[in-house]
Design a protein around this ligand. Structure first.
Ligand SMILES: [Zn+2]
Length: 215
């Protein structure tokens, strides 16, 4: 079914772009990605990848992962699929993940990822920091005047204390979710900046073994 959809989407977009590059629904600046499925079966993942690549998309996504399976399973499925997907096209893993997973998958050759985690976790009081994950509602932060993350330069860390963030959360202030989200997004962006920097230096896996150990 995924392949039938892929074929239908591709012929629709191709036809639109021939007729008029700005026809509604398929502006020419958008790229249609083929999406690889196959559940938790490496052979089905490979078959899906091979048949999707035959359709020749500008990029490829790996879908249906991080849905409750173990991290080892996620990694194995990504690895099996990446073997087939062309290296010169963007390769996108949908719906992941924790910062250390993002680094790991980037090391494996994944170019793009997306996830609700930094914002959803923020709304539940979970902060990603250079010192690990902090549950800001914990009473040990009640008198803590330090920033959420001493190594973070975001507007929240440069202005507010852990004690204040905890107070907002415990008091049920919506601002708690806003500030926690701002910090978590800054942390994720810092992570991706560090990945890009390491790629430029040509030492992606070496640099990250210390900074982003796998949980
Ligand atoms: Zn911060």
């Amino acid at each position: 079914m995924t392949l039938r959809w892929a074929r239908r989407c591709k012929s629709y977009v191709d036809a639109c772009q021939c007729e008029s590059p700005t026809k509604q629904g398929a502006p020419s600046e958008q790229a249609l990605f083929g999406i690889v499925q196959g559940g938790m079966y490496a052979n089905l993942r490979r078959e899906s990848a091979e048949r999707t690549v035959e359709l020749d998309f500008p990029g490829y996504a790996i879908g249906g992962l991080s849905v409750g399976e173990s991290r080892d399973k996620t990694r194995d499925m990504i690895a099996a699929t990446l073997e087939i997907l062309p290296k010169d096209k963007p390769r996108y893993v949908m719906g992941v993940g924790y910062p250390e997973e993002i680094v790991q998958y980037a090391c494996m050759g994944v170019d793009m990822m997306d996830c609700v985690l930094p914002t959803r976790a923020a709304r539940h009081g979970l902060l990603f920091t250079s010192e690990g994950r902090l549950n800001i509602k914990n009473s040990r932060f009640a008198e803590d005047q330090g920033p959420a993350d001493p190594k973070c330069g975001c507007k929240v860390c440069s202005r507010y204390s852990r004690a204040y963030l905890r107070h907002l959360f415990v008091a049920g202030e919506p601002l708690a979710g806003v500030l926690n989200t701002m910090h978590n997004l800054a942390y994720y962006l810092d992570t991706i900046r560090a990945v890009r920097h390491a790629i430029r230096l040509g030492n992606l896996s070496g640099i990250f073994q210390e900074a982003y150990p796998l949980a």
